[in-house]
Design a protein around this ligand. Structure first.
Ligand SMILES: NC(=O)c1ccc[n+]([C@@H]2O[C@H](COP(=O)([O-])OP(=O)(O)OC[C@H]3O[C@@H](n4cnc5c(N)ncnc54)[C@H](O)[C@@H]3O)[C@@H](O)[C@H]2O)c1
Length: 393
């Protein structure tokens, strides 16, 4: 924006734990954003974030942020049980809202938020960040232009090991904070979003096995246990676990394709292993987060290929996501930055009465994941296939 002064959106981040700090750091990389404030239930974390990322103000609580009319955009990085209320109040106060996933604790709540966002004409975003690796965007464009033919099968997994030991504990295992599911709402929502985004297909039915592998865990006493932090305390209390740590889904897609998805947080050695394989009538595509700059192109009658992310070789509409010269891999932080860029561009476009020509993960995408999650729980209970509920409930 040469000459003219660029508008800077005043942004506040609520929840400055693991992912809130990531949000703060990436917001600093955007020219049209200023980190106006942070809030956290834990004053130490809020003050550390304010200091580290140069936030103008530390708010006492979420309500104070929402009441501040100078704040344009809220990033909601609190635990799951707070997403609905904070998102709702932020929308009602006329702010644009970027929420962490899952969007809410139920499809009823996520549907309400989606309708409210429409009514308020708000720009919304949800952090399905894995879409934003350059070659993931490339895969979606290649499939949309028919490069692999008709999609027959979509398979994959999302595996981690941070809950392997009985002494590993997180609020994510507490139903009052996490919701009706731990792993389907967490890792499952990412993978299902990725599968739908890359293939351009919608999941219509699921058959689910959800499992609690360790029904009793040891929770550290007197400890602020942040996600992904290892417990070091010698004093623990036994706590019963009812939420899922493992899940396997059989999937049906709206073009007749079938799929399978497995996820576990007790898979020793797997840190953030997201694997997506799409098999078509002509060829196939595969992506794995542990080699996130590479897209595998599988052929029947010629040698397979590895396509490396590239600002020169990718489809023109995906080049803006590959912002380093070929051979310099981008990473997780860059994927989140790519998503934030699209989100803030969508806000700018809205102000010019224009619609984006890109597919931003918004509250509707968050709502779709809630519908899949609820179908998985229904299937676990009935032992039968469960249809994904209507997106308009
Ligand atoms: N998109 C992703 O890839 C991704 C990755 C990690 C986490 N997440 C999501 O982000 C959310 C937070 O997860 P996390 O791993 O950062 O958890 P965390 O426990 O590290 O951080 C949560 C923070 O929220 C704060 N908090 C709790 N109640 C609050 C309140 N009432 N007001 C203000 N702050 C409050 C806590 O003090 C803590 O600092 C979860 O919903 C999770 O699903 C998404």
């Amino acid at each position: 924006m040469e000459g003219a002064k660029m508008k800077k959106y005043r942004v506040a981040v609520i929840g400055t734990g693991y992912i809130g700090a990531v949000h703060c750091e990436q917001l600093l990389r955007l020219p049209n954003v200023m980190l106006a404030g942070v809030a956290d239930k834990n004053p130490r974390l809020a003050s550390e974030a304010a200091q580290q990322f140069g936030a103008e103000k530390i708010y006492q609580n979420a309500g104070e942020v929402i009441a501040d009319r100078t704040i344009d955009v809220i990033h909601n990085c609190t635990p799951n049980n707070l997403h609905y209320e904070i998102n709702k109040q932020a929308l009602e106060s006329g702010k644009q809202v970027f929420s962490e996933k899952p969007l809410a604790l139920s499809a009823k709540e996520s549907s309400e938020l989606t309708r409210l966002a429409e009514k308020k004409k708000a720009v919304t975003g949800i952090n399905f960040c894995y879409r934003y690796y350059p070659v993931v965007q490339e895969a979606a464009v290649r499939i949309a232009r028919g490069e692999i033919g008709t999609v027959y099968n979509i398979m994959g997994n999302y595996l981690q090991d941070w809950l392997l030991y009985p002494t590993d504990y997180s609020w994510r295992l507490d139903a009052s904070m996490s919701g009706a599911s731990n792993i389907v709402g967490d890792l499952g929502s990412h993978w299902c979003d990725l599968a739908q985004f890359v293939s351009g297909l919608k999941i219509t039915e699921v058959m689910a096995e959800l499992k609690t592998i360790l029904p009793v865990r040891k929770r550290p006493k007197n400890k602020e246990t942040l996600t992904f932090s290892a417990a070091t305390d010698s004093e623990y209390e036994d706590v019963k676990i009812s939420l899922d740590e493992y899940c396997a889904l059989l999937l049906r897609f709206d073009n007749g394709a079938s799929g399978t998805f497995t996820t576990s947080e007790l898979a020793a050695g797997r840190k953030c292993n997201i694997d997506l394989q799409v098999y078509g009538s002509e060829s196939s595509l595969a992506w794995n987060h542990e080699r996130s700059a590479e897209l595998w192109l599988g052929h029947r009658d010629k040698p397979n290929q590895i396509f490396f992310e590239s600002p020169n070789l990718q489809a023109p509409e995906t080049r803006r996501f590959a912002r380093l010269p070929s051979g310099h891999p981008m990473g997780y932080m860059d994927a989140i930055l790519n998503l934030f860029r699209d989100f803030y561009q969508a806000i700018e476009l809205k102000e010019e009465d224009k619609k984006p020509d890109f597919r931003l993960p918004d509250f509707q995408a968050g709502h779709e994941e809630m519908l899949i999650l609820e179908a998985a729980i229904r299937s676990r209970e009935s032992g039968a296939w469960a249809k994904i509920g209507s997106a308009n409930i």
